[in-house]
Design a protein around this ligand. Structure first.
Ligand code: ZN
Ligand code: ZN
Length: 295
């Protein structure tokens, strides 16, 4: 690395990786939080074999945007939800935080129900393929928000089942409770753990339940041995790949802006973990994502 690479490298987009020979999908991204236009982002991704993306909404406004974007781009599929960190903010009427919800009512459970009704209306649309990201996040939401979070999670599971859509799970430091709620509610036919963060034992549990496990750039991190052990034991037909961009940029560009065009780096790392060649890995990932989201 030259001195020039180092100065300002933090904001510099990583270079284009070598293209994949078999096209895959980024199963979870946030184009609305990335630099540049949607068209630029999609074109850059397609140039390296990432031809499809699932655009994930985190609040009502973001979910509307995801649905609108999917409506005009055939290779963009939408997922709609209130993020687990968003639900308590709606209930407790937190005016700041990361919500882009805009006008806010007095909060309370009625406000949550109102937002959930909007999510369900979006989930019914043809080009909306999933309900999520929903789940539990005990890292960013403290005990005071747990009840609202779980209530919202349960409601999203019901919406996914009623609308016949996939369920996209956000599980941060909450493995046992996420699995418990899914057991209690009965998981939808297609359930995806986005940015899978469990160990090999949990991967076996997910596999037994038929849950998909979507691996992000975290699987390339030096300190992520348990994640690679999970990937090694997961049934190949349940494995997906994602960026969760702009977050979780894969090695060796950790800390720099992430975008769907960086998926090949993660696919290659995953192929190495599984001991299969890149094309076989990509072929499985492409088929699995299409099956998981039914597109
Ligand atoms: Zn997430
Ligand atoms: Zn996400």
């Amino acid at each position: 690395m030259t001195r020039d690479d180092k100065t300002g490298a933090k904001d510099t987009p990583p270079p284009l990786p070598e293209p994949l020979r078999v096209a895959v999908a980024d199963s979870h991204t946030h184009l609305d939080m990335q630099a540049g236009t949607v068209e630029e982002g999609l074109a850059k991704a397609a140039s390296v074999g990432v031809t499809t993306v699932v655009q994930v909404g985190c609040d009502v406004k973001g979910s509307r945007w995801a649905a609108e974007t999917a409506a005009v781009h055939p290779n963009v599929h939408a997922a709609v939800a209130l993020h687990p960190n968003e639900a308590p903010r709606i209930v407790h009427g937190d005016p700041d935080g990361w919500s882009r919800q805009g006008a806010r009512t007095g909060g309370g459970e009625a406000a949550l129900d109102e937002a959930l009704a909007e999510i369900e209306a979006l989930a019914a649309l043809d080009h909306v393929k999933a309900v999520g990201e929903t789940g539990l996040d005990y890292f960013r939401t403290g005990p005071e928000g747990m009840a609202a979070q779980e209530r919202s999670f349960r409601a999203h599971i019901e919406i996914a089942k009623r609308q016949g859509k996939a369920l996209v799970i956000h599980d941060r430091d909450a493995h046992a409770d996420v699995l418990r709620v899914l057991r209690e509610e009965g998981a939808p036919e297609r359930t995806v753990f986005h940015c899978y963060s469990g160990d090999a034992a949990m991967a076996r549990e997910c596999a037994a339940a038929g849950y998909y496990m979507s691996f992000a750039g975290t699987v390339t991190f030096k300190n992520a041995a348990p994640l690679r052990e999970a990937l090694a034991v997961a049934p190949l037909e349940l494995v997906l790949v994602e960026t969760d961009a702009p977050y979780l940029t894969p090695a060796p560009y950790r800390g720099r802006p992430n975008a769907p065009y960086l998926i090949p780096l993660t696919v290659r790392a995953m192929a190495a973990v599984r001991g299969i060649d890149e094309d076989a890995m990509a072929t499985a990932l492409a088929a699995n994502t299409a099956r998981a989201f039914d597109y």
